[in-house]
Design a protein. Sequence first.
Length: 170
Amino acid sequence: MRSIILSCGFAIALGVAVSAAQPAVSSDRPEAPRQARAQNPIDRWNQMSPDERERALAKLPPQRARMIRERIRRYNQLPEREKQALRERYRMFSQLPPDKQAIVRQRMLEARQLPRSRWPVIRREVDQLRAMPEAQRRARLNSEEFRSRFSPQEQQIVRDITEILPAPPK
């Protein structure tokens, strides 16, 4: 399974990048507005015909359009189970208040700047903390072992991710 940093970060980055350039919902399809609102941004792009998508992407700066095309391509290549997990992560993220979303975005950006060798270590810690009861999680976050294993930046990433984003459904 992909790391929490990659999968959660990918879901958030995908949603943020794609939602910032939302396609207009076609007015010749009366059911489209309700349907589009019920799905994540990538699904709205995927509902469009290739011609509609290219027209919408042509209105964006070239680098942004390339980024969105690449993210759509990567998403579409995932197994359905992983797509569903990303949809759920995006749904949970999109329900957060804007200030919490901004914190998560910042921590994901910081995490992507860490050496790749640290990602699995951080992922395991986040997974373990999410599985713990609140009191045990707090004790772990305040422990000397936690402080000695992670840099201050990594500690903040782990804290914010485990405190702001709920554990994914089992």
